[in-house]
Design a protein around this ligand. Structure first.
Ligand SMILES: [Zn+2]
Length: 345
């Protein structure tokens, strides 16, 4: 058996997946191990290796079966997996600055390792879930979580960019002033921009901009009195799903911002698919459909040939990064002749 592993290193947990040469995922649910990234590279890399052995053992995969590993982490990092020398929120330990995390894992495992940032990995998974591994299709994925991540897959390839910043979709400006009902809103992003996608469409946007903007318009709302703002922000999705008018209004602004952004992507790439994922859409199917409908409602009119570009919800949200990393490693292993060409069942 030839198997490729996907490893998603997050802030607190490492998530694993395994995929065989026929593109079958061997792990359906969540398989994770504590990350310990705050303790620096030595301990964290050992954690990754230990957890990988456990995941393989559980699924009857031996080290000899393992052909390659795909790794993804939060950025900023270079396209090849050298973490920013400036440090970052997820890698505060001083030894992480400028650390080549891909190389570090490859050395420990003695196997080839590929690298993607977490947004691009999830985007590759979203793309693969629709088109499989071989198609030369183009898609744009937006992942609405604490921030807004995502990525662009052009003709089947991840657009990593010159310095690894390709697909930083959250900081693309959108003409938000055209969204109905936001007069007086000044959505500031932590990156310093006003009115980029993350400043309107993320959990952080709800907490910093949308709740403070909408609460005074809904006097006596339950989220205005009893809760701290970060806690209230987390309750907005559930209330929106239940039909609460203010929370629906907040999610409508997020959807319309996505609609404006997707319109920019439609005119830039003429993609085969647009994909939305992340915590905002970890809801029932009815709410997901309402949200997709609102995204469309927020898009300016498309020319006839582009009006039917589909918008999908990304499946397997909490394992998207690991799955995308595995798909990346599988593609690379095929290209390098380490694994048999597409042996689809
Ligand atoms: Zn920004």
């Amino acid at each position: 058996m030839q198997v490729v592993a996907g490893v998603d290193l997050g802030g607190t947990a490492v998530k694993y997946t395994l995929v065989d040469a026929g593109e079958r995922f061997l792990i359906e649910g969540l398989c994770e191990h504590p990350a310990r990234s705050t303790e620096g590279p030595d301990i964290c890399l050992q954690q990754i290796v230990d957890g990988l052995h456990i995941a393989m053992q559980k699924n009857g995969v031996s080290l000899g079966d393992l052909v390659a590993i795909g790794l993804d982490t939060p950025g900023p990092a270079s396209a090849t997996g050298v973490l920013s020398a400036e440090g970052s929120t997820n890698f505060l330990h001083p030894k992480w600055a400028g650390f080549d995390v891909r190389e570090g894992l490859a050395t420990r495992l003695g196997k080839p390792v590929t690298y993607l940032n977490d947004g691009n990995a999830a985007a590759l998974w979203g793309h693969f879930s629709i088109f499989g591994g071989g198609a030369a299709a183009t898609s744009v994925s937006a992942i609405v979580g604490t921030g807004l991540g995502g990525g662009v897959i052009a003709d089947g390839n991840v657009v990593k960019g010159r310095r690894g910043f390709g697909g930083e979709l959250g900081h693309v400006l959108v003409p938000y002033q055209s969204i109905r009902g936001v007069d007086g809103l000044t959505p500031r992003c932590n990156c310093g921009r006003t009115g980029d996608l993350e400043s309107l469409c993320s959990l952080t946007a709800i907490e910093q901009s949308l709740l403070p903007f909408f609460l005074p318009k809904f006097p006596g709302h339950e989220l205005g009195t009893s809760e701290t703002r970060p806690r209230a922000a987390k309750l907005v999705r559930g209330l929106a799903e239940q039909g609460d008018p203010m929370c629906r209004a907040i999610f409508r602004v997020q959807a319309h911002a996505l609609g404006l952004f997707f319109d920019e992507m439609v005119n830039t790439f003429d993609p085969d698919a647009l994909i939305v994922g992340g915590g905002a859409l970890e809801t029932g199917a009815a709410f997901q459909q309402w949200f997709l409908h609102e995204i469309r409602a927020g898009m300016p009119e498309q020319r006839q040939e582009q009006a039917d570009i589909p918008i999908h919800v990304m499946p397997n949200g909490d394992t998207a990064g690991a799955r995308g990393a595995a798909v990346d490693a599988l593609k690379s292993a095929r290209a390098n002749g380490l694994i048999a060409e597409r042996q689809k069942a």
